[in-house]
Design a protein around this ligand. Structure first.
Ligand SMILES: Nc1ncnc2c1ncn2[C@@H]1O[C@H](COP(=O)(O)OP(=O)(O)OP(=O)(O)O)[C@@H](O)[C@H]1O
Length: 303
């Protein structure tokens, strides 16, 4: 018998995320809910006006929780609809990277992620306002944003396509100039990339902010300064070994407010979605602004 169980849930399904066919995913979700007496609804995203349409549904119908069935872009959509509300967001990871779900410890298989509906805890996380756009996981200016843009323009999703584009763009990418002012230090100079996040790792598992804590009332600006091509492999190694902070080319500012002048208007992305943030990017922390559903550790008596 489940200790706590959701009774009424909306699943926001992205049919194209992660290059995963969602027909059987939806059938599994449906069968799971029916066998556990959970009322459920589906909202399928189209890529057009999804936020307005989702908000309209949530105004009309009341759900105990809303699950993003997709990748970080789908979590961004659901998170933007639920921000500052008392309805928690669940995640069924079905994207190419699923960065947020990995950072908060959500199981990556469908069956295990569905288990959260039967046994959950709620955690309030900090999110970011980036030029008034909600960011639930990670915003980038520079190299990674360019890779995200090319990836979204391509026909294939999935982790392998992302890695291939990153390798191609790395060969020719030129660092850009940024001016960063925060309530806890400033930076001015060229950078290979500037990542603004409250969490730890990209969906690729490259850990750009190893010491970030998602509910500590601060966010981090992680700057990779220009480096000789010969140091590229070492930086990559550090990203995959939680040691990027020890790199000579890494700078970190932990703060609550920031204004970044993206002088050369290099490309930017928010939660895996290319977004033109313009020349001036204003970032504010939104403390404990989004409720997340996480697996609840079993107590000894429940095992
Ligand atoms: N029906 C649809 N057809 C085409 N595009 C869609 C549709 N529904 C949503 N989208 C687009 O999907 C993108 C979000 O995908 P999502 O981020 O969830 O998956 P992913 O990119 O594969 O994974 P990740 O972000 O974890 O790497 C958004 O750009 C959104 O506009």
């Amino acid at each position: 018998m489940a200790a706590n169980k959701l009774a009424n849930v909306l699943f926001v399904v992205n049919p194209v995320s992660g290059d995963i066919e969602k027909g059987t995913v939806n059938e599994t979700i449906e069968a799971f809910c029916l066998s556990n007496q959970i009322n459920f609804g589906f909202f399928e995203t189209t890529g057009e006006n999804d936020l307005q349409n989702l908000k309209t549904i949530l105004k009309k119908e009341s759900y105990q929780a809303v699950f993003a069935v997709g990748g970080d872009g789908t979590s961004h959509l659901v998170g933007s609809a639920l921000i500052h509300s008392s309805t928690p967001m669940g995640i069924i990871p079905m994207g190419s990277g699923n960065g947020l779900s990995k950072d908060v410890g959500i199981p990556q298989t469908l069956d295990d992620a569905l288990g959260i509906l039967l046994h959950y805890q709620v955690k309030a996380i900090d999110t970011l306002s980036v030029n008034n756009e909600i960011c639930v996981h990670l915003t980038d200016l520079g190299f990674n944003a360019l890779v995200v843009k090319k990836f979204s323009e391509g026909e294939k999703r999935g982790a392998a396509s992302y890695a291939l584009i990153a390798m191609q763009e790395y060969l020719t990418y030129e660092p850009k100039l940024y001016t960063i002012e925060t309530d806890n230090g400033n930076f001015k100079g060229p950078a290979f990339m500037v990542t603004i996040t409250n969490a730890n790792a990209f969906g690729s598992n490259a850990t750009i902010n190893p010491s970030g804590i998602i509910d500590d009332g601060k966010f981090e600006i992680c700057i990779i300064e220009p480096f000789p091509k010969a140091s590229g492999l070492q930086i990559l190694y550090r990203l995959y070994n939680d040691s990027i902070e020890a790199s000579d080319y890494s700078r970190l500012i932990s703060c609550r407010r920031a204004v970044i002048n993206n002088t050369e208007q290099d490309v930017s992305q928010v939660d895996g979605e290319p977004m033109d943030l313009g020349e001036q990017v204003t970032i504010k922390l939104l403390p404990k602004s989004l409720l997340l559903l996480l697996p609840k550790p079993m107590s000894v008596s429940e095992e």
